[in-house]
Design a protein around this ligand. Structure first.
Ligand SMILES: Nc1ncnc2c1ncn2[C@@H]1O[C@H](COP(=O)(O)OP(=O)(O)OP(=O)(O)O)[C@@H](O)[C@H]1O
Length: 783
């Protein structure tokens, strides 16, 4: 740790912070605290409400306390009066006046007092004299000896910043105190120092235990802080959120510390666009976590997504520092007026997360309208209507000089990527194709001609800890194989992707019937249920409450969702495109963790799947082949995983029963809905409704889907008793152990203890891994 005689240059922001503190102390004097006596203990000026008032003890016999009911008292406070203004102020020690939440990060002293729980602050060590210098205008703050600081630290197990790095200890001393948060966390955040972040931000990072920036954070934060527009590409789960979140926080703290905040700085600072509601809420969570150290008053965040009360969201907009939204709801709010557009036109950051999705065809219309609205220079007060916004915007849009635009994703179109990195074919400027992402990017109205393109993983879009494999089976056995895979990964948080809402609706109850704790997520669910599913999945599985260790979802969960410890992704349906494969698979193996991705496909699909996965890996293969690797020259070849047929065969009866049950319940629900609909329609038409008659007519018109309809009718025909009997049969079946054909190996009560099976197999002379076929190649036997 540095001492006062071993001074080094402080990061600019730390120096600025200290200057601010000094300024504050000086200002305090100028504003009338000048007469404050220099206390023996360091005391500082407080508002009356900031003091620690205690209930005054009252004598027992005074029934109504003679008018003193509620009397409060305070210790260790000096009262003094400004001679010129006559204003009364209080000087109190930290013990008498623990500071409230600190605004703007400027009040370093208060932050430190909160964090350290001390009366006095040791200061930034290499410039103690500047901080502790007794001012004529302020209470003296005695410098604390290094020994004293250390003793307290030892007791409080502080965050270790700059440990062993020699050159960074000066600022580190302050960060140590700042970042502890009283929780005894030890996180060395010195690796962040080159990014020159404020102590408040470092304190937050320490609290999050993020000891060093990820590559995209290291590269992007510097450029963003330098004021550049950035297009950032990095693999899934590599920390892109904080790559833009940290610079936004830095700017927020800077603005907060400025007492003369301009009109602009009172408007929202940043607007973040996300493609799905879940991702928007997750962005809010991540930013809130980043701002939760307690060292400063966090920014107010308004998240605008569909499915939740628009009025409530509009109210939250009023004081929002950061606005996060999905395009549909955001546009709804902007176009409904209320001055939203005017406020948003002053944002300093526009973030487009999962940009290739947001800017793709089909999603872009609303994004385009929002962008147009943001860039309208004239009549910013006017309300925009969806119809005229585009025309007006064409007329009034001008390059934005204030706003920085930050565009992030794990996947960008390859041609565009080459162009952005300066390796593309010359010609065909950014406006070449209206449908292409190039055109859409051009609409983002970057402040610079050439935004910085940062690609930290030009070789591989997939996380390095990801293992991939495929399971081949006939289409009618997909349910069975899905169940088998889940059974073979007990206590594994698993995300199952399908291509349709109907499939989610069918598979979830099927798995539930089999005793698998599954929850559903798709866009047809009401928003609260969607959020609840994510919550249950996030909490379940690993904490001894297996209430939701499997999430069955459509691609609404494919992008951006950051759920800890998802170890397995199963593609029940094949992803429709290479980028979907990347993003779905990216829900596992995040933040440097291992994870596996398994595709279930029919024999006729295998060739297509191999092509698709090879395409994703193509760039890596090309790059490796330049170094001569034989395997790489052949391209990436995804392995087929052999699941022991004996297990599959023995799981079949229970799966068939569970499916029958699930189908019956779904068919009944559907029938009930149809019935209600038909009854209402018949009533409206004034005809009598006879479901059997209608059914008979339908039978006569059997066309496409006739078999399915027949099955549905059969399933619907099951009585309540029939369903009860099926349930009882299934329960009984799930209680049975499944003998897998080798003595002492079995599956019990719907779950499989794979480790136990492998152990027994090994001790019985079997080869480890044989049981799971090549699944062991994925590392799944560790699960
Ligand atoms: N510096 C860091 N050190 C450790 N963990 C980090 C760091 N930065 C972020 N993380 C964690 O890494 C995880 C993934 O981060 P994030 O969700 O930002 O990834 P992403 O790159 O946006 O992924 P995707 O492309 O899937 O959206 C999060 O749980 C986040 O808290």
């Amino acid at each position: 740790m540095a001492t006062t005689d071993n001074k080094r240059a402080l990061p600019a922001k730390v120096a600025a912070m200290k200057a601010r503190k000094r300024q504050r102390v000086d200002d305090g004097g100028a504003q009338g605290h000048g007469a404050a006596p220099a206390g023996k203990k360091a005391k500082s000026a407080r508002q009356v409400d900031d003091l620690v008032w205690k209930d005054a003890a009252m004598p027992d016999r005074l029934d109504d306390y003679e008018g003193f009911f509620g009397l409060e008292e305070v210790d260790d406070v000096e009262v003094f009066k400004d001679t010129t203004s006559g204003q009364v102020s209080f000087l109190a020690t930290a013990a008498a006046a623990p500071p409230k939440t600190v605004k703007g990060g400027a009040e370093v002293e208060d932050v430190l007092a909160v964090v350290a729980g001390e009366e006095e602050w040791a200061g930034f060590e290499d410039a103690e004299e500047a901080v502790t210098e007794p001012s004529a205008a302020a209470p003296a703050k005695p410098a604390k000896s290094k020994k004293g600081v250390k003793a307290k630290k030892a007791a409080r197990k502080p965050v270790a910043v700059g440990k062993g790095d020699g050159g960074k200890g000066d600022a580190a001393a302050a960060f140590e105190t700042l970042a502890d948060g009283g929780e005894g966390i030890e996180t060395d955040v010195s690796a962040w120092l080159p990014l020159k972040l404020s102590p408040d931000t470092l304190a937050s990072l320490a609290k999050l235990k993020f000891s060093k920036p990820t590559p995209i954070q290291r590269a992007a934060i510097t450029e963003i802080l330098a004021g550049h527009d950035v297009i950032g590409k990095a693999s899934t789960g590599s920390g892109k959120t904080l790559a833009f979140g940290i610079p936004i926080l830095e700017r927020f703290l800077e603005l907060r510390s400025n007492p003369q905040r301009s009109e602009t700085s009172k408007a929202p600072l940043a607007l973040l666009l996300a493609p799905t509601r879940e991702l928007a809420h997750q962005l809010e969570k991540h930013l809130a976590a980043l701002c939760s150290s307690g060292a400063f008053e966090p920014p107010s965040i308004a998240t605008l997504t569909g499915g939740l009360s628009v009025q409530k969201q509009q109210r939250r907009l009023v004081n929002a520092d950061i606005v996060i939204g999905t395009p549909g709801r955001l546009w709804e709010v902007i176009s409904s007026g209320q001055g939203t557009m005017k406020a948003l036109s002053k944002i300093q950051f526009l973030v487009v997360d999962e940009a290739d999705r947001l800017l793709s065809e089909g999603h872009f219309k609303e994004v385009e309208e929002i962008l147009n609205a943001l860039d309208r220079k004239e009549d910013a007060d006017d309300e925009v209507s969806g119809d005229d916004a585009e025309v007006d915007a064409e007329r009034t849009a001008a390059p934005n000089t204030v706003r920085q635009t930050l565009v992030f994703s794990a996947t960008f179109d390859r041609g565009l990527q080459r162009k952005l990195s300066g390796k593309g074919r010359p010609g065909g400027g950014l406006m070449s194709s209206r449908e292409s992402m190039e055109y859409l990017l051009s609409k983002l109205n970057f402040r610079e001609d050439t935004p910085k393109f940062i690609d930290v993983n030009p070789i591989n879009q997939l996380a390095s800890g990801l293992k991939e494999g495929l399971v081949e089976c006939v289409g009618t056995e997909k349910d069975l194989y899905l169940y088998a895979l889940i059974m073979l990964h007990v206590n594994t948080r698993t995300l199952v992707f399908t291509n349709s809402i109907d499939a989610v609706r069918r598979i979830t109850p099927l798995l539930q019937n089999l005793g698998v704790p599954a929850v559903a997520l798709h866009s047809g669910m009401v928003q609260k249920a969607r959020l609840r599913s994510v919550e249950r999945f996030t909490q379940g599985g690993l904490t001894g409450q297996p209430s939701s260790s499997v999430l069955v979802a459509t691609d609404v969960a494919a992008r951006g969702l950051d759920i800890k410890n998802v170890q397995l992704v199963i593609h029940y349906h094949l992803p429709r495109a290479a980028d979907s494969y990347v993003h779905r698979s990216g829900r596992t193996a995040r933040a440097g963790q291992p994870g596996s991705s398994i595709l279930i496909c029919g024999p006729e699909e295998v060739a297509g799947v191999r092509r698709l996965v090879a395409k994703v890996h193509a760039q890596a293969a090309v790059s490796h082949s330049q170094t001569g690797s034989e395997a790489a020259k052949q391209g990436f070849y995804i392995r087929t995983l052999d699941i022991d047929r004996r297990i599959v065969a023995r799981l079949k009866p229970r799966t068939t029963l569970a499916k029958q049950l699930a189908d019956a319940v779904i068919a009944k629900e559907k029938g009930h809905k149809e019935d209600s609909f038909m009854r209402a329609a018949a009533e409206e038409l004034g005809v009598e409704y006879d479901s059997e008659e209608f059914e008979a007519q339908a039978n006569g018109r059997r066309g496409r889907g006739g078999d399915r309809k027949k099955k549905e009718r059969e399933a619907r025909g099951l009585s309540r008793d029939d369903i009860g009997a099926l349930r009882a049969d299934l329960r009984e079946m799930l209680r049975q152990r499944i003998n897998v054909g080798v003595s002492e190996k079995y599956l019990t009560s719907g779950r499989v203890d794979v480790d136990e099976l492998l152990r027994q197999q090994e001790s019985g002379g079997g080869k480890t891994g044989e049981f799971l076929g090549t699944v062991s190649h994925l590392g799944l036997d560790d699960a």
